[in-house]
Design a protein around this ligand. Structure first.
Ligand code: GLY
Length: 258
């Protein structure tokens, strides 16, 4: 399992509620979102990570979702080119930080688009979701960069999968060859080498979680999934993500971990 020592985070800004969303769960409460973000940062620190805390960036309403701006690995960082026009400037805003943290950086270029939320790393392999945000050209460029860095990759087309914005809305790696998947992805040939842990339809939001070193950070409110993870022997930390969920965000979206 990849060992993590660092993460980059950015709190939501004053215009957080003006960000993109495809769900109808009401307007987020900024004060509560900031409290949830602070608890999220504390959980990352308790899992052993040193945080680089960026200031809120009110120019970009979705900028708390830093994961979409880059793919970070133990070998390099890859700057993405987000698929939503309103998010394009977020990459330039984070680029100097990534250049100072990583010896080598690469970048996705036009007409390629990639959102970090579509990229799921499993050891030295990357699943690349083709979605409304990540196009085939972005996936092709990313696969070439990953190959150059000694990683393998494969694509998973999620454009026909209802209810998920990004690939990682429906898949996370638990470690020990266990992949947690929503039902719609469970039969995909790309995952045939893994032990599949299916997530109940009523708990599909919980498919996005974080395995950080020895801990598993899950979204609060999904008791079946939390007890399955505990039964596998992992310590579980549950965090309330209600305000980020309203904006199509989940646990992985809020940090870049390396
Ligand atoms: N609100 C996150 C996104 O749509 O990119």
């Amino acid at each position: 399992m990849t060992a993590f020592t660092h993460a980059i985070v950015r709190p939501p800004g004053a215009n957080f509620a003006q960000g993109l969303t495809s769900v109808d769960l009401g307007k987020p409460d900024l004060g509560l979102a900031l409290e949830q973000h602070a608890r999220y940062c504390a959980a990352l620190e308790q899992s052993g990570l040193v945080l680089t805390r960026l200031p809120a960036d009110d120019r970009f309403a979705d900028s708390t979702f830093v994961e979409d701006t880059a793919i970070v690995t133990d070998r390099c960082a890859i700057l993405t080119r987000p698929g939503a026009a309103s998010r394009a400037g977020e990459v330039a805003a984070i680029e100097p930080v990534l250049r100072s943290e990583f010896e080598r950086t690469h970048a996705i270029v036009a007409p390629g688009t990639v959102d970090g939320g579509d990229i799921c790393q499993v050891e030295n392999h990357f699943f690349i979701g083709i979605s409304e945000r990540t196009n085939a050209e972005g996936a092709r460029q990313l696969a070439a960069i990953l190959a150059q860095e000694g990683f393998t990759s494969g694509t998973v087309d999620i454009r026909e999968v209802n209810g998920i914005l990004h690939l990682k809305s429906g898949i996370s790696y638990l470690g020990d060859k266990r992949l947690v998947l929503i039902d719609a992805l469970a039969g995909h040939a790309a995952f045939s080498d893994f032990t599949i842990v299916r997530i109940a339809a009523s708990e599909s939001y919980a498919a996005n979680f974080l395995r950080i070193n020895e801990s598993v950070i899950v979204s609060a409110g999904f008791p079946q999934f939390a007890s399955r993870v505990r039964a596998f022997g992992y310590p579980v930390v549950a965090l309330d993500m209600s305000e980020f969920r309203k904006m199509d965000g989940a646990l992985s979206c809020l940090s870049l971990r390396f």
